[in-house]
Each structure stands twice: as structure tokens, then as C-alpha cells.
Design a protein around this ligand. Structure first.
Ligand SMILES: [Zn+2]
Length: 88
């Protein structure tokens, strides 16, 4: 029952909030995404647009603090990462 992320799915879900924090640097965001990419469970959740929206609601004081452009950028990073991953 060990997750590839080391059973830290809950931890990682919490870290996902930082992705939508405007003060998080792109480098830091990429680090978090890389950890997520190691775990199909965590990654699968993040692939869902619905889940991203839910995260936004949970993590941010308002959707205004994470503009559509930021959300789109993160969604794109996630998709790119998947491509990279499956190409080995
Ligand atoms: Zn996980």
C-alpha cells in the first residue's frame, strides 16, 4: 500500500496549494510538480481540471488571487510533464 511518493499524498496535496500562491516562484512550482509526477495517485488528481478548481477554492482566499493565466500555466506544466514522463 506504499505510494510512489512515499505515502505522502496528503502532504503533497497540501503543497499543491503553493502552486496557486502568487508568491511561489516558478522554480518552486516546478519542484512541487516534479514530486507530484512521481506518484500516479497524486498526479492523477492534478490532471483533473475539476480538482484544480477545487484546490483553488480550498487554498486561495479568492479565485481572483490565482488568475486564469496562472491556472492555465500550471495545467500546461502538468501536461508537459506527463509527456516527458511517458517518453522516458
Ligand atoms: Zn501520492
Amino acid at each position: 500500500m506504499t505510494e510512489p511518493c512515499g505515502g505522502r499524498c496528503e502532504d503533497i496535496q497540501a503543497q499543491l496549494c503553493a502552486l496557486f500562491d502568487p508568491s511561489t516562484t516558478p522554480e518552486r512550482a516546478r519542484e512541487i510538480l516534479q514530486i507530484v509526477a512521481e506518484c500516479p495517485h497524486c498526479h492523477g488528481r492534478l490532471e483533473s481540471e475539476q480538482e484544480i478548481r477545487a484546490l483553488l477554492r480550498r487554498c486561495c482566499t479568492s479565485e481572483a488571487s490565482a488568475p486564469a493565466a496562472l491556472r492555465q500555466r500550471i495545467t500546461m506544466e502538468i501536461r508537459q510533464m506527463r509527456v516527458t514522463r511517458y517518453q522516458g
